[in-house]
Design a protein around this ligand. Sequence first.
Ligand SMILES: C[S@@+](CC[C@H](N)C(=O)[O-])C[C@H]1O[C@@H](n2cnc3c(N)ncnc32)[C@H](O)[C@@H]1O
Length: 383
Amino acid sequence: MLNSVFKPIHFDTTKLEFHASCGEGLDVFLQHEVKSFGLKIISSNRGGVYFETRDSSKLSNFLLNTRFSSRVSFSLTKILAETPDELYEKSKKLPWEKIFPLKSSFKIDSTTKDTLKHSQFAMYRLKDAIMDRLREYSRDDVFIERDNPDMVILLRSSQNFVNIQISITSDPFHKRGYRLESVTAPIKETTAQALLEFSGWNGDDVIIDPMCGSGTILIEAALLIKKEFLNHYLIFKSKVYSMLFDEIPKNRIDHEAKKLFYGFDNDKRAIEIAKENAKRAGVDDLIHFEVLDILDLTKDENLKSGFIVFNPPYGERLGTEEELKELYKKIGEIFRNEFKGFKISLVCGNKSLLGQFKLKETNSMNLSIAKQKAKFVNYEIHE
Ligand SMILES: C[S@@+](CC[C@H](N)C(=O)[O-])C[C@H]1O[C@@H](n2cnc3c(N)ncnc32)[C@H](O)[C@@H]1O
């Protein structure tokens, strides 16, 4: 019965306010990216960018290609709610029965402060409002699922102002679907994209990652030059995308690309995982992975220039401070002696180790990774 009468809402994207969120410190990259897709920024802060557009093709293009957003959502409503009960009453008036697709699941991600300071309680009241409304409309095909929901509702509040948003993809954008296995301390895909941007790599030069772990940096670089749409996999899975757009664009034929990427690690298991991840991402033909200690790294004589982009170990899990200092000192010597003409870019969470390289920074910027201070740094090894 429901199947024949149910028609989900089709939202008009030109009337919606969108929010792209990002990791701390990546907001500068994100603002620039949002503008570069022709979208109009309403406001921005360290957590991300609010934007709107009159052109839905620009929006779709952004969603399929954004490198620095961790999530993009749109605002369903903004309400004044001083208490969880007021939140319940007002959010129950929303047409939830038309919002959820048939036989779908959802979860609520709640971050509240000020008048609604108990995030968890606010989340329960919103959940009650949604479920009660759905029951009134006999929508018993919608259920709550924590681990793999079809839709993620975001509840955000500050002062007495509540913003209820719908996330366009259930998984955050960095979960592109290729990384099914991991190693210690992998870099986030969106942070890898930001590091590649920061390095100034333009897609033509060779990149070496001499401590590649699960291969994220090189896989992200290869995806950039090979795939038409970076986030196609996530958009393809999204039930919300079809409420905004009529069709999901097909990934067009891969560009012809040549092998430009070289990944090394002294951990055999890491290299096995990196190869597997590259295969899943469809870029294994572009990357050469090999077990090698960075202290044995040499440059191919024919290579006159290129990029080394990496994230060296810095945490306690990956060595004592003394061991790491010694390692960084030797790495600096190798770069100075072997890699003349190369540009080096890295992300590191322990700034005090960087002095051991004895290299002069070309430029740097601070960011935070997993709430810890970190730094992007560029060096140039002159002839
Ligand atoms: C922070 S992790 C890199 C993570 C990687 N970017 C990723 O996304 O999975 C540092 C890597 O350095 C590797 N490593 C540590 N000492 C090394 C050495 N002497 N030579 C080569 N690799 C080394 C570790 O095995 C680890 O995979």
